[in-house]
Ligand binder design. Structure first.
Ligand SMILES: [Zn+2]
Ligand SMILES: [Zn+2]
Length: 102
């Protein structure tokens, strides 16, 4: 059984769309009391983009704090929609007990 993070890693990079497997990046601005973001606050980044994002180099070199946050907000939302959204051909990603009918 694969976890949410496993599914995140299976996606392509949210920045450059390099096909997966990617690395799971946790939103750096959504840390709660545990000082670590939840798995649902993660997004896929390829090795290069993940490294560059944390090192603030490469494609992210000129990014300010607000832009970095907006990028992560968008990435987390996109990932959630991908993995938990109802409208998708990737129905196999949903568990058999997805009792979330509105
Ligand atoms: Zn990338
Ligand atoms: Zn990261």
């Amino acid at each position: 059984m694969s976890t949410y993070l496993d599914k995140v890693r299976a996606l392509g990079c949210f920045n450059c769309w390099e096909p997966g497997p990617s690395q799971a990046h946790h939103h750096t601005a959504r840390r709660g009391l545990s000082q670590r973001a939840k798995d649902e606050d993660s997004m896929p980044l390829c090795h290069t983009c993940h490294h560059d994002f944390h090192a603030a180099c490469g494609a992210f070199k000129t990014w300010g704090k607000a832009q970095r946050r907006a990028f992560q907000d968008a990435g987390v939302e996109w990932t959630r929609g991908k993995l938990t959204g109802a409208s998708s051909a990737e129905g196999h990603l949903r568990g058999p007990d997805g009792g979330d009918a509105a």
